[in-house]
Design a protein around this ligand. Structure first.
Ligand SMILES: Nc1ncnc2c1ncn2[C@@H]1O[C@H](COP(=O)(O)OP(=O)(O)OP(=O)(O)O)[C@@H](O)[C@H]1O
Length: 252
């Protein structure tokens, strides 16, 4: 395979006595959807923070298109776990923030964002405030804002973690189609094995803290996948492999 878009090499991080990451290596190629799964507290968010440049590692390096981006920010669009919509701005004015930061005028930015609202299931909601939206809609707005950063790599940290089960299923199916149609390059953190199998080309499994990548799994079949493919014998077998890895780690 050609040069990865992003390459994480032997990244380590401790917070005082707490070793969050022991040594993490991973790659994401352009157009790939790659997930990281692992138990709570194993260092998944820390890894995304380091890749985005928000947190510096103690050791290791991060390469984008073969160039080190260690200690720099702005090379990835990052959607953190918590809803970060500003309550005093309308949805349209929330999602245009990255465009405004890049110097686009408010009028031009609003026009660009307005055109994207239907694709993100937000048509007619641009002038509402975040409080008036459902949890799923807020996450779609946050995701639109992340996409409008126009970064080659998008980092999504458990974007559906706080949604109810049905909304979560809807959002997964929506993201399957959107990621495929827009050829997005996504590094996605989740606890949910089915979600990872549905969405991903590859899945990295992390060990409990201190986090290390302990397995890389190529998901069977091409994307975009339907929910039905999750019950195929191939994906069921891969699910069992992942479950066993995660539960065996918990017991050891
Ligand atoms: N800024 C910080 N200061 C001190 N400790 C931290 C800091 N950030 C993370 N940690 C610790 O590092 C470890 C890894 O945390 P991290 O949030 O990366 O895990 P996670 O896998 O994303 O967890 P979860 O799935 O619950 O979100 C945890 O023990 C956490 O308490």
């Amino acid at each position: 395979m050609n040069q990865p878009l992003i390459e994480v090499q032997a990244v380590e991080k401790a917070f005082g006595e707490t070793v969050a990451l022991a040594s993490a290596d991973l790659t994401v190629h352009s157009g790939e959807f790659v997930s990281i799964i692992g138990q709570s507290g194993c260092g998944k968010s820390t890894l995304l923070d380091i890749i985005s440049g928000l947190v510096g590692p103690d050791r290791g390096d991060i390469f984008l298109d073969g160039q080190s981006v260690l200690h720099s920010t702005g090379h990835a669009g990052y959607m953190p776990q918590q809803d970060v919509l500003l309550p005093w701005r309308t949805i349209i004015d929330n999602v245009i923030l990255p465009l405004q930061i890049d110097g686009t005028t408010k009028k031009a930015a609003r026009k660009i964002a307005q055109e994207q609202l239907p694709k993100f299931g937000l048509e007619g909601f641009g002038d509402r405030y975040p409080d008036a939206l459902s949890g799923g809609m807020k996450q779609r707005a946050s995701f639109l804002r992340t996409c409008l950063t126009k970064k080659k790599l998008l980092l999504l940290d458990e974007p559906f973690g706080k949604l109810d089960a049905l909304t979560r299923l809807e959002m997964q199916q929506w993201l399957v189609k959107l990621a495929h149609s827009m050829s997005l390059t996504i590094l996605f953190v989740t606890h949910d094995i089915d979600e990872a199998l549905l969405l991903s080309d590859r899945i990295y499994v992390m060990s409990p803290r201190p986090g290390r990548i302990v397995k890389e799994l190529h998901v069977e079949g091409e994307r975009p996948r339907s929910m039905e493919t999750l019950s195929s014998p191939q994906l069921q077998e891969q699910k069992q492999t992942l479950l066993k890895m995660l539960f065996d780690q918990e017991r050891s």
